[in-house]
Design a protein around this ligand. Structure first.
Ligand SMILES: O=C1C[C@@](O)(C(=O)O)C[C@@H](O)[C@@H]1O
Length: 660
């Protein structure tokens, strides 16, 4: 969606309508309703009956104790999205009879990260984030196939395992549910699988692919009852899995039903052939693609092969499919040792493994690092010079980028350039081996030697990243801004995007340039009005931005939901009184108190004057520069090398000294 905020053109407004939710909770668990409401930026109301939901305001999250529902079949008649929520480390009240009539099922534990997980789940099921749309824009995407009998074993290493992964596959058929008499049961229970999905989602920000691979296609799900697949895949939709893997052999009725129920989730149509006789050049291959395309948002076709020639046949097939059908994308691979070549050439959801996984999910699977080094040795990924320019060595940024290149076996090198003049930057950019640059502090977007600019860089007026794209007509350099995305990712970590729409924000800075990326990020969330302290907004920032000139101005206007301070550390003492001033609503009853967010973009003052700590102690959701920088680094790596590195890996591997 493109929206014009004054002359700032923002292309990524990511929410649409006000959510209308009814949350069913377990006895004694009404607090989850408050958390959901806070994450949505709404108030909450507890009702006693389904009928009682009728007259309630649209913009309140309604909560109802599930034990008060006597007729579950009446649930879907209400004009709200119904989510049944269960805390599974309290008494387990899950009830499939009731859940069958709900839209979604949200499982949680009382642990600290509930809020972040609630925000992600809600944003997704409400269609406010669209991971598939984001992944479709990437030149290459991967999926990490996890092969653990119990996903808990993966969790401590998940950040490392998923460096270079764009999504993570839960092989549900490989899960082994422990039983009292330690007998192995072939199909893990819905209860167990639900818990595994919950655990995985709490530990990764990656989209989850839910796979029930059948026995004939190298999995363990028995094939005698196709409805078994439907039951599990339908649950995956209710759990808000971003993708479900639907095998093509399943009866058409089941595939069609899943497609009609998929909501925000996407379907990967999957087909594997282990006969060793499949021919990519056959008419059957084309028909299989067409069949998969009927309900698939991605069509996956995988065959076990014996000769290298079959890789060439697959590439020919791929090119025909790509030129004949604009949609859906094909993920086409060959299995077995000779199929490795196809695993490097495939660009859509290439399954990857990792040396720390207990086993590979299929013969011939490669890791992200192996794919990159193979691409390099085949001449498909030439070695490039990347630059980290400016304040990059002392804060460890350049070293961290190098660490990522090593972890991913990318052939490029990072060169740190600390002393620069605009003319020297121009020199680097024009070198034939130039592969991109991270620039801190950012350059003015008006620099004449900067090639094309993204909309964000133009509107913000600053370039912190120069990305080099290979196109058929040569290298295309784009000056971009990753900082605003880092700020937006921070803001949406514990709130859904629509929580910000139409709300007020207050931005503090010594001058406009310090705040420009934050203002753009706020605008992308539909925030407004924006008030400023310490600088006069430029006219180009839009009509809904006003400068506070004194305390009187502050009293007259709506309380801000968000405060962003870009003041340098030595001036950050002005922030605490403001936080206190706007914390008065903390005295209101909890159900009417909106959550408030504070982001400090400076390095802040440690100890007593630390405004992040002050905000947190006053009940604000507070983030410091370390969080924003970690998200910005994630965005920078996506722009520079097209690879996904998890936020938690950046926080972990960058070390404590990096951003403080
Ligand atoms: O479909 C696939 C692809 C795969 O079979 C492979 O060949 O890498 C691995 C499976 O886990 C995944 O579901």
């Amino acid at each position: 969606m493109t929206k014009s905020v004054g002359v700032m053109k923002i292309e990524e407004i990511i929410h649409n309508e006000t959510p209308r939710l009814l949350v069913l909770f377990d006895r004694g668990q009404e607090d989850i309703v408050r958390v959901v409401a806070e994450v949505l930026g709404q108030r909450h109301v507890i009702v006693e009956t389904l009928e009682g939901a009728a007259g309630q305001p649209d913009n309140a999250v309604l909560g109802l104790d599930n034990s008060l529902i006597s007729q579950p079949q009446d649930i879907p008649t209400k004009s709200r999205t119904v989510i049944t929520a269960h805390c599974i480390d309290a008494q387990d009240y899950r009830d499939e009879n009731l859940t069958a009539f709900c839209d979604y099922e949200y499982l949680y534990t009382q642990k600290q990260f509930v809020r972040r997980d609630v925000a992600r789940f809600m944003s997704f099921v409400l269609g406010q984030i669209k991971p598939h749309d984001d992944l479709r824009k990437k030149a290459r995407t991967t999926l990490l196939s996890t092969t653990f009998p119990d996903i808990r074993a993966a969790l401590p290493n998940l950040d490392i395992l998923s460096v270079g992964a764009d999504s993570v596959e839960l092989r549900v058929d490989l899960l082994q549910e422990p039983t009292a008499d330690s007998a192995v049961i072939s199909v893990p229970s819905i209860m167990y699988v639900g818990e595994q999905v919950m655990l995985l989602r709490q530990r990764t920000e990656l989209p989850i692919i839910f796979t029930t691979r059948c026995t004939k296609e190298n999995g363990r799900f028995p094939m005698d009852d196709p409805m078994l697949f439907y039951t599990y895949l339908r649950k995956a939709l209710q759990w808000g899995c971003e993708y479900i893997d639907v095998e093509l052999w399943l009866p058409e009725g089941i595939r069609q039903k899943l497609a009609s129920e998929k909501g925000s989730s996407r379907i990967i149509s999957a087909w594997h052939d282990f006969s060793g006789r499949f021919k990519w050049s056959s008419a059957e291959a084309q028909q299989l693609f067409r069949d998969g395309a009927v309900y698939g948002d991605i069509v996956k076709m995988i065959a076990l092969v014996n000769t290298t020639e079959e890789n060439y046949e697959l590439e020919y097939f791929r090119s025909i499919i790509q030129t004949t059908y604009a949609h859906p994308p094909l993920s086409g691979l060959n299995m077995g040792p000779v199929g490795r070549l196809s695993r490097t050439l495939n660009k859509v959801f290439t399954p990857i493994t990792h040396p720390l996984l207990p086993m590979i999910a299929a013969p011939g699977q490669l890791s992200a690092a192996e794919i990159n080094s193979t691409l390099h040795s085949m001449g498909q990924m030439p070695k490039l010079d990347m630059y980290a320019i400016g304040n990059v060595r002392h804060n460890g940024q350049a070293m961290f980028f190098e660490k990522c290149l090593n972890e991913l076996s990318l052939p490029h090198q990072f060169l740190s350039i600390e002393q620069t003049s605009p003319s020297s930057i121009e020199r680097f950019i024009s070198r034939p081996n130039f592969g991109g640059a991270h620039i801190n502090p950012p350059l003015a977007a008006s620099a004449p030697y900067l090639p094309r600019l993204s909309n964000a860089a133009t509107a913000i007026g600053q370039v912190d990243t120069v990305a080099a794209h290979t196109t058929p007509s040569g290298k295309l350099l784009i000056g971009d801004n990753a900082t605003w995305k880092g700020i937006r990712a921070t803001l949406t970590r514990e709130f859904v995007p629509s929580a910000y729409a139409g709300q007020a924000a207050l931005v503090l800075a010594s001058h406009e340039a310090q705040a420009a990326a934050a203002i753009f990020a706020l605008g992308s969330l539909g925030i407004g009005p924006i008030y400023t302290i310490g600088f006069k907004p430029k006219d180009s920032m839009g009509a809904n931005i006003h400068q506070f000139r004194g305390v009187e101005d502050m009293k007259k206007v709506q309380e801000p939901l968000v405060i962003v301070s870009a003041l340098p550390a030595e001036k950050s003492f002005v922030v605490s009184p403001l936080l206190k001033h706007y914390s008065h609503s903390a005295n209101k009853p909890q159900s009417q108190r909106p959550g408030k967010v504070f982001v400090d973009l400076s390095n802040g003052v440690r100890g007593k004057g630390d405004s992040v700590a002050t905000a947190a102690s006053l009940g604000w959701t507070a983030y410091g520069i370390a969080d924003v920088n970690a998200w910005t680094t994630v965005e920078t790596l996506r722009l520079l090398v097209g690879q996904n590195v998890p936020f938690d890996f950046v926080r972990l591997a960058a070390g404590r000294s990096l951003y403080s």
